[in-house]
Design a protein around this ligand. Structure first.
Ligand SMILES: [Zn+2]
Ligand SMILES: [Zn+2]
Length: 429
């Protein structure tokens, strides 16, 4: 009998055992880490040669925009789950994307996946403390999952140190580090700019419930089930008038008939809104036979439109709160972005507070930089010693691949010095 050997390590995907199923991207990043290879190099060397038409996946727009859809319902989700299954011989990876839900949502996945990488900083800290392999749950990819249902805090999408967005496929095989500055993205600082509102909380729970659904989702997550249920609700609650039920749900008059008569798929936020308005989970909406009760007004009319920040937000209070909080200091630019106002408006309104924020941020950047330097120096020393321990001569050339993987370079003077003294120390031993 021929032994089937996988080309890539067959890691156990992180699943409900740890609370939430990890995303396919998260799995691929961990496979890259297990091979000590950069994630994009893994994709370039192993995945791309196996694609029939790698075209778009070779270019940077793929990494900028489309890579996120690996977790979604489209072509990249299919291709990458199939390839990863065949490379690792690990089955069932489509469940780590939204593919099981593809019959319910439009093929282009409107409103499904967030446009930027999001994470819960407190969850990342907990993964570390509990010895769970660091990973990003699939739930975090959903655009409407805006609050961590475990910690009741807004999901983060800016690095706590440099304020940058994260890349979907990190160069280094570690999703918990900022793809721009390398700092750990987790923290347990309690400071929040905006408290989650009730709707965000309900949505977070509905979405968690949706993805926690057991196997066999494909059998009931179907557009035909949705139509049957909505038609029954229209008969029961609106004298058979789809347009009236549409309005009761806070949708446009024709929404329901487009879905039922024309077979159009609701955009994902609309589907979520329907669950929310009826006060039922996805599974109950689609599979139960119990009559649905009258929809509740849940602020639906602005569906699909990102709500503008409340203009009455008291900027001064926020700035003061930020200064007093234990959360990581952020730049004025980041703060302005988070508040949805321009930097100049913030400066004009609260010059003193802005000055204080800026000083606090500068100081923290400086001390972080010192810390980072120390960490880098330690890393270079331990890499050099590691090389000696394996019986190799610690030449710069031999060290290079490891340095590259750690984003370090001996061109930096302080690292060159650290390397030389570590090397001297090992020789003189
Ligand atoms: Zn959390
Ligand atoms: Zn950063």
């Amino acid at each position: 009998m021929a032994h089937e050997r996988s080309r890539l390590f067959r890691l156990d995907p992180i699943d409900a055992k740890w609370g939430m199923r990890e995303s396919l991207i998260s799995y691929i990043v961990r496979v890259a880490a297990a091979h000590s290879i950069r994630t994009r190099e893994l994709i370039r060397r192993i995945y791309l040669p196996m694609l029939d038409n790698p075209g778009g996946a070779l270019h940077s727009p793929f990494y900028r925009n489309q890579a996120r859809t690996i977790n979604g319902v489209g072509q990249y989700a299919r291709t990458f789950s199939e390839l990863t299954e065949s490379l690792t011989t690990q089955g069932g990876l489509a469940r780590h994307t939204l593919l099981p839900w593809r019959d319910l949502v439009p093929e282009n996945g409107t409103g499904l996946i967030a446009s930027h990488v999001r994470w819960c900083p407190a969850c990342l800290v907990e993964q570390r403390c509990n010895g769970v392999p660091s990973h990003f749950p699939l739930l975090w990819s959903l655009d409407r999952y805006q609050v961590c249902h475990l910690h009741d805090r807004p999901m983060a999408e800016h690095c706590p140190r440099c304020g940058k967005y994260q890349q979907w496929i990190p160069e280094l095989p570690d999703q918990t580090r900022c793809t721009a500055c390398g700092c750990f993205l987790g923290h347990s600082g309690s400071f929040e700019l905006q408290q989650p509102d009730a709707r965000q909380r309900r949505h977070a729970h509905l979405l968690h419930d949706m993805l926690a659904s057991d196997a066999g989702v494909e059998d009931w997550a179907r557009h035909s089930h949705l139509c049957r249920r909505l038609m029954a609700a229209a008969n029961h609650l609106a004298d058979g008038q789809k347009s009236r039920l549409s309005e009761m749900l806070g949708l446009t008059r024709t929404s329901l008939s487009c879905w039922i008569a024309k077979g159009q798929r609701p955009a994902f936020p609309q589907l979520l809104h329907v669950c929310d308005a009826f006060g039922v989970g996805f599974k109950a909406l689609l599979t139960s036979d119990a009559p649905l009760s009258s929809p509740q007004a849940t602020g639906g009319p602005q569906l699909g439109i990102v709500s503008r920040r409340d203009s009455s937000v008291d900027l001064g209070t926020y700035l003061t709160k930020h200064l007093q909080s234990e959360g990581p200091p952020v730049s004025v630019a980041t703060l302005a972005k988070q508040l949805g106002v321009s930097r100049s408006k913030l400066k004009y309104r609260h010059p003193d507070l802005v000055q204080a924020v800026s000083t606090q941020y500068r100081d923290s950047v400086a001390s972080q930089a010192t810390l980072l330097r120390q960490q880098e120096i330690q890393r270079v020393v331990s890499l050099t010693e590691g090389l000696v321990a394996t019986g190799e001569k610690p030449t710069g050339r031999r060290l290079l691949p490891q340095l590259k993987l750690n984003r370090l370079s001996l061109r930096r003077r302080y690292l060159r010095l650290a390397y030389w003294s570590a090397r001297q120390a090992t020789i003189s031993r």
